[in-house]
Ligand binder design. Sequence first.
Ligand code: FDA
Length: 455
Amino acid sequence: MDSIERDVVIVGAGASGLTAATELTKAGLTVAVLEARDRVGGRLWTDDIDGATLEIGGQWVSPDQDALIETLADLGLETYPRYRDGLNVYLGANGERRTFEGEIFPVAPATEREIVGLIERLDALVAEIDPEAPWKHPQAKELDEISFRRWLETQTDDEEARRNIGMFIAGAMLTKPAHAFSALQALLMAASAGSFSNLVDADFILDRRVKGGLQQVPLLLAQRLGDDVHLGSPVRTVRWDEEGVTAITDTLQVKARFAVLAVPPVLISRISYEPPLPRRQQQLHQHLSMGFVIKVHAVYETPFWREAGYSGTAFSPFELVHEAYDNSYHGDPRGTLVGFVSDEAADDVFRLSPEERKARILESLSHYYGEQALNPVVYYESDWGSEEWTRGAYAASFDMGGLARYGADLRKPVGPIHFSCSDMAGKGYQHVDGAIRVGRETAAAIVQTLAGAAR
Ligand code: FDA
């Protein structure tokens, strides 16, 4: 077993851990980053699949994500917009196909009024929520005791309006059914993106992509850190006391003054702690779980929908693929569609054989785009549920009541151990922007503690 000493040991080479490591080295501290996988990036993974460059994990950048945008500029990375010219498609309850422009789906006028009213009410509530401390809202406890589905039922009897509004948070963001998370958790999701209206606006939330892929961010950060990043090094044990930590992998142990656990919260308890983490942490980590979504990539000889005047943007709360977009890769003349199959619908199709699953998913895409969608030249399903070092997608959220009960302690350090990941962010929650923000804040907190100790 090799043994090294550093000021800070960082567990996890995702965007958050690598940002923390970068900031700590800028402050003159020494670091070692221990990464379980044989690659950096965690939930950012750009790969070549059968000759097509695909974003297996996160990819979109929205205009409010200034921490991510600053990092892209610092790394010299360029972005390009998502293709969005032309008509969008919406499928109603009976499968009827309607086209539309703008954000509001082409539904019956009464349903449209309900949708607009719900968006206004949600925007007003979201404006009262501090994404850094949603538990401080005067009604936090009540809002955390009611499921988002039940809350929507208290607001309108219109099932289509409820399903559409529910979809933006449930299927599209937390990737859990709307009965499985609270109204407070839904408000945090919207507050973290600035407003509920921002989540509804695909042109805002899914605005731009990075040339070369978003995994460039962790790859370039890791390149700067050089030999301080150790791949294939899952941390099995963390020994700690008030003076410092020792992080132990199968082949290396790192003694340090501080540790940053930059792993999804569901994986914190995968590590053994000597002594065990305090009661509060052992409890609270059990109340967070990953959502689950299949990101489906279908590459075609041409972007045939564009030729027919369509943007490629498609939605339906009644379809297996509840949302889909033109996701053609920069510089590739072929056309790529990306679709999402979320939570219980994803469970259902994973009971099928791969061939049956592919057929069901492509059939759903064909309901939006016509029969040409049935025959992609490249087809791929991102399945993060089977990834040992992630275990779901996109990120983790609290169970009912968990946010008001435990949220304030989520990022509280335990002695020399700090916690950092997108799942613990306020602004940018569940997004790369949040991972970077928390990484920066965690590094700043450690630097400040050291400065205080030196005084
Ligand atoms: P992340 O999970 O990336 O990193 C944690 C690291 O810790 C991993 O590398 C893991 O291997 C490692 N690790 C775990 N346990 C360990 C151990 N015991 N020892 C050592 N290492 C260990 N966001 C966005 O902004 N725009 C988007 O379009 C999307 N879309 C999207 C699609 C899909 C399919 C996914 C899965 C996710 C997104 N996201 C997204 C979310 C975004 O990708 C995510 O929030 C961040 O990349 C998370 O970064 P973190 O560093 O916080 O965790």
